[in-house]
Design a protein around this ligand. Sequence first.
Ligand code: ATP
Ligand code: MG
Length: 279
Amino acid sequence: MERSERQWLAPRLSRAAQLCNRMPENSDEALWLGIDLGTCDVVSVVVDSQCQPLAVCLDWADVVRDGIVWDFFGAVTIVRRHLDTLEKQLGRRFTHAATSFPPGTDARISINVLESAGLEVSRVLDEPSAVAGMLALDGAAVVDIGGGTTGIAVVRQGAVIYSGDEATGGHHISLTLAGNRGIAIEEAEQLKRHEGQAIWPVVRPVYEKMADIVARHIAAYPVNDLWLAGGSCMQPGVIELFRQRFPGLTVHLPEHAIFMTPLAIADSGIRATEGCYAR
Ligand SMILES: Nc1ncnc2c1ncn2[C@@H]1O[C@H](COP(=O)(O)OP(=O)(O)OP(=O)(O)O)[C@@H](O)[C@H]1O
Ligand SMILES: [Mg+2]
């Protein structure tokens, strides 16, 4: 089945959002686990062979400081907790999981986290490659606006031919909002997620800057489609802004974009030889 945005991707993302931190569905089928270690949150997704999500754990990981991110032991603790929860709820043991890393960073960090949590890594690949592989992208740019960074990658025939990473993301949007409203960053973070429409005029310039950055990164490459992913793309106004900024491109922004990369990681595990859990 061709993986169309509407028929294949949208229902899976919507399912992931519904299942997030809720009781999973049960299944007798083989299952695969994918773990996205973000700077802002850790997301674990369990899928079946059709990449239908059955369980999702998301933990906001409070480990972003000065744009750098990583609290190794904090990440291991969260992964371990997700694993315990999923194993208890699904009544199974997971021995393997797929994971990813931002392009240009060391894959070993993610591998070490999973291994320290007691998992074998069935597959590790960079984030845009996971998205590109899931959707069989060609002549496309993948722009992942997460918590700490914006990742930009150009994909040709499913392979990343260029990637860049910029240190602007949701954290900076919250900082801008906090400054504008004279409120604490934690409060700004909540306001942002729940009052997206109302805060758009305040945060719009930050997204405009991001769109300029994206334009600079992809200028030299043949791109027809621009795929937006990451939690910060869920801000109302973002898709219109990118459509205006890139009138020659088809801009895609699936709903529940925060689950794009985690779903793609789980999907990548299905195609790995040892991705299956041990029954
Ligand atoms: N509804 C929303 N509107 C706007 N921003 C949102 C919304 N929901 C979540 N976010 C933001 O999305 C960000 C988290 O997104 P995501 O999970 O993609 O990041 P990450 O993978 O942890 O970070 P990175 O990719 O930079 O490592 C946070 O900054 C959060 O505030
Ligand atoms: Mg991310």
